[in-house]
Write a protein that binds this ligand. Sequence first.
Ligand code: PAN
Ligand code: ZN
Length: 195
Amino acid sequence: MMDHPFTLKISPERGYLELFSNHITRHLSAMRNQFLDKDAYESILKKEDVLVYEVYESKRPEIAGELLHGISIVHPGKVGDEYFMTKGHFHSELETAEVYYCLHGQGMMVMETPEGSWTVEAFNAGDLVYVSPRWAHRSVNTSLIEDLIMLFVYPGNAGHDYRTIERQGFRKMIVDKDSQVAIVDNPHWISPEER
Ligand code: PAN
Ligand code: ZN
C-alpha cells in the first residue's frame, strides 16, 4: 500500500484531538511506583486521580521506514518534590533514536543507557532534543504553571520497553529543591551490577 503524503496543522487553538488519530491519557493511578514519595502519591490519589500527561498520536504502521509522530503534553505538578513526568522507556529495538521538539513550556529529558550512563538535557520552547539510539528517555515538566508540549518523531519499528524502567527506575530524578530545579540520585535505582 502506498500512502499519500499529508499535512497536520499543529496548534493548540485547533485542538490536537481533531488532528491526531489516537489520544492516550496517563493518570496518576497508572504511574504507581514511578515517583519516590509514596505517601505523597497516595494522598494525591485519594483526592483525585489527576491527569499527569497525554499523548496525541498520528497512527502509522509500526514498521521500519515509517516515522511515528505526535504531541506529548506533560501537565504541571509535583508528587512530593518530584515534578510531573512521563513513565519513560527504552525502545524495544534499542538501536533507534528519537527527536523531540519543544513547542511550549520548559523541561528536562532524563536519559540513560542499559550500562548505567546518564545525562539530563534541559530545554525550552524552540529547542530540539536528540535522543540517541540506546538511551532510555523520560520527559519532565519543570514548570509548575505551564504545560510542557513536545512534538516527537521516531522510527516505526522502535517499539516500547516500559518493563525495564518499571523494574530498575531511572538513575536520576528531577526535583524542586527550595524552589530550584535540581537533579538528584534516585535511591531506589537498581544498578547494572545489582540486576
Ligand atoms: C514518546 C512517548 C511519550 C509518552 O512518544 O511515548 O512522550 O511517554 P511514555 O511513552 O514514556 O509514557 C516516545 O518517546 N515514543 O517513543
Ligand atoms: Zn521513545
